[in-house]
Design a protein around this ligand. Sequence first.
Ligand SMILES: *[C@@H]1O[C@H](CO)[C@@H](O)[C@H](O)[C@H]1NC(C)=O
Ligand SMILES: *[C@@H]1O[C@H](CO)[C@@H](O)[C@H](O)[C@H]1NC(C)=O
Ligand SMILES: *[C@@H]1O[C@H](CO)[C@@H](O)[C@H](O)[C@H]1NC(C)=O
Ligand SMILES: *[C@@H]1O[C@H](CO)[C@@H](O)[C@H](O)[C@H]1NC(C)=O
Ligand SMILES: *[C@@H]1O[C@H](CO)[C@@H](O)[C@H](O)[C@H]1NC(C)=O
Ligand SMILES: *[C@@H]1O[C@H](CO)[C@@H](O)[C@H](O)[C@H]1NC(C)=O
Ligand SMILES: *[C@@H]1O[C@H](CO)[C@@H](O)[C@H](O)[C@H]1NC(C)=O
Ligand SMILES: *[C@@H]1O[C@H](CO)[C@@H](O)[C@H](O)[C@H]1NC(C)=O
Ligand SMILES: *[C@@H]1O[C@H](CO)[C@@H](O)[C@H](O)[C@H]1NC(C)=O
Ligand SMILES: *[C@@H]1O[C@H](CO)[C@@H](O)[C@H](O)[C@H]1NC(C)=O
Ligand SMILES: *[C@@H]1O[C@H](CO)[C@@H](O)[C@H](O)[C@H]1NC(C)=O
Ligand SMILES: *[C@@H]1O[C@H](CO)[C@@H](O)[C@H](O)[C@H]1NC(C)=O
Length: 364
Amino acid sequence: MAFSFSLSTPTIPTLLFTLSLLLSFLTTPASSATFNCSATTTCQSLIDYVPENTTTLNAIKTLFNISHLRTLLGANNLPLSTAPTQNVTALQKILIPFTCLCSNGTGVSNKRPQYIVKPGDDLDHIATVVFSRLVKYQEIAAVNNIPDPSLIGIGKKLWIPLPCSCDEVNGERVVHYGHVVEAGSSVEAIATKYGTDQETLLRINGIADPKTLQANQVLDVPLKACSSSVSNNSLDAPLLVSNNTYVFTANNCVKCQCSPANNWTLQCEPSTVNSTGCPAMQCQGSSQLFLGNTTTSGCDQTTCTYAGYTNKTNILTTLATQSTCAAPPPDNNNNASRMGLQGSSWSFLFAAIHLALLLLHVLQ
Ligand SMILES: *[C@@H]1O[C@H](CO)[C@@H](O)[C@H](O)[C@H]1NC(C)=O
Ligand SMILES: *[C@@H]1O[C@H](CO)[C@@H](O)[C@H](O)[C@H]1NC(C)=O
Ligand SMILES: *[C@@H]1O[C@H](CO)[C@@H](O)[C@H](O)[C@H]1NC(C)=O
Ligand SMILES: *[C@@H]1O[C@H](CO)[C@@H](O)[C@H](O)[C@H]1NC(C)=O
Ligand SMILES: *[C@@H]1O[C@H](CO)[C@@H](O)[C@H](O)[C@H]1NC(C)=O
Ligand SMILES: *[C@@H]1O[C@H](CO)[C@@H](O)[C@H](O)[C@H]1NC(C)=O
Ligand SMILES: *[C@@H]1O[C@H](CO)[C@@H](O)[C@H](O)[C@H]1NC(C)=O
Ligand SMILES: *[C@@H]1O[C@H](CO)[C@@H](O)[C@H](O)[C@H]1NC(C)=O
Ligand SMILES: *[C@@H]1O[C@H](CO)[C@@H](O)[C@H](O)[C@H]1NC(C)=O
Ligand SMILES: *[C@@H]1O[C@H](CO)[C@@H](O)[C@H](O)[C@H]1NC(C)=O
Ligand SMILES: *[C@@H]1O[C@H](CO)[C@@H](O)[C@H](O)[C@H]1NC(C)=O
Ligand SMILES: *[C@@H]1O[C@H](CO)[C@@H](O)[C@H](O)[C@H]1NC(C)=O
């Protein structure tokens, strides 16, 4: 850590501050962490926020400097119709979406959230109470070039550097999620819940012994992102959307969601958010299909999928065809079990499509 106390000219406030920090260090478990990030880029990340007191979605949106409520709703897979005044009870986890910036091998939230110092605040209170230990006061001091943490003026704007990463994990692009460990949890259980493995979690978090895991520790958990057809030169490339979240892209003209029920393939459709400025999203090479439409012809199922955008008027689409009759015809003697298997993956797909349609209907 670049920051250190200057003890050459100790002042009473400094000493009191140091004492209070020592005390708080003894009574609260260390929890925040820095995540390695060697990529030279920005990306979208997630982190848990566990409010100490009952609050509202709107207050969380403001605290974390999120531009639009829909971004917060999408990260939590909440319906778009959710009211901003919706209560969030104390200790209920909310996922905070933010842009991650990698610099000097470490990932931190990109200049946001900005927090304005209030009367009675000190850096330790801001780090441990307001931002519930997602950062350390030293990290706030370092990125804001504060030489003396006991001297922060009321009204000063502070950048709160939340931990994050943009690095690939096991050769895959993922969404890094700062998971706040619950009491009684284990590395193994967290790995299983989020579709990764214990070795990966231990390695990327620099943990030697899984038994040292502590409640409230912020763990870097790589989430699998849905595969997409977004091209490299798209302004939103690589569009990484994780399990059970949705995002708006292409000037809010397109809504994309990721659901394991859709076989981890990103599902995009025209959104209703930007009602004025969106181009027609007719599929290139098809006069009838628009973004999100699917047609079936014999065994082939063709979907008009999102392929990115390059400017305000140019939203790219592509026709993705999937053959749905790969399996051989069932053998009369045990068609029940074979049909059962095929049927279940199909009913899954149908359920997913119906769910998506239903959701769309509800949201409108
Ligand atoms: C972030 O916070 C700063 C300071 O409170 C404010 O000026 C700015 O408008 C906020 N931005 C967003 C996107 O909420
Ligand atoms: C949130 O909680 C307050 C106080 O507990 C209550 O008055 C209010 O109706 C709640 N808001 C919603 C949207 O449920
Ligand atoms: C990165 O590290 C170098 C050398 O340690 C330092 O000079 C520079 O200020 C750091 N940059 C940031 C953004 O922290
Ligand atoms: C939660 O409420 C308590 C008691 O009112 C207060 O001391 C504390 O600062 C509050 N926490 C936050 C994060 O506002
Ligand atoms: C996907 O999300 C669901 C619900 O949020 C969760 O139960 C499931 O474990 C997640 N799966 C993976 C592989 O992350
Ligand atoms: C993070 O990067 C540093 C420097 O490259 C390395 O020494 C350390 O082992 C890395 N930590 C993890 C958890 O990968
Ligand atoms: C996209 O990037 C990948 C990896 O960098 C590269 O292999 C591929 O050729 C690129 N595709 C296009 C269309 O530029
Ligand atoms: C799911 O996706 C994988 C790889 O993208 C593909 O091989 C597999 O056939 C798909 N399964 C279904 C049921 O569509
Ligand atoms: C709507 O789209 C137009 C053009 O694509 C863009 O200029 C405008 O900023 C968008 N509005 C919103 C609210 O995203
Ligand atoms: C194609 O997509 C458009 C836009 O989402 C929708 O209005 C239309 O009903 C769809 N058509 C078919 C045949 O699914
Ligand atoms: C947007 O991109 C398309 C295709 O590259 C191009 O034809 C069009 O002129 C561009 N429009 C603007 C406003 O830049
Ligand atoms: C094969 O499946 C059909 C339809 O599910 C069923 O009516 C028939 O009895 C099954 N035949 C055998 C041999 O199980």
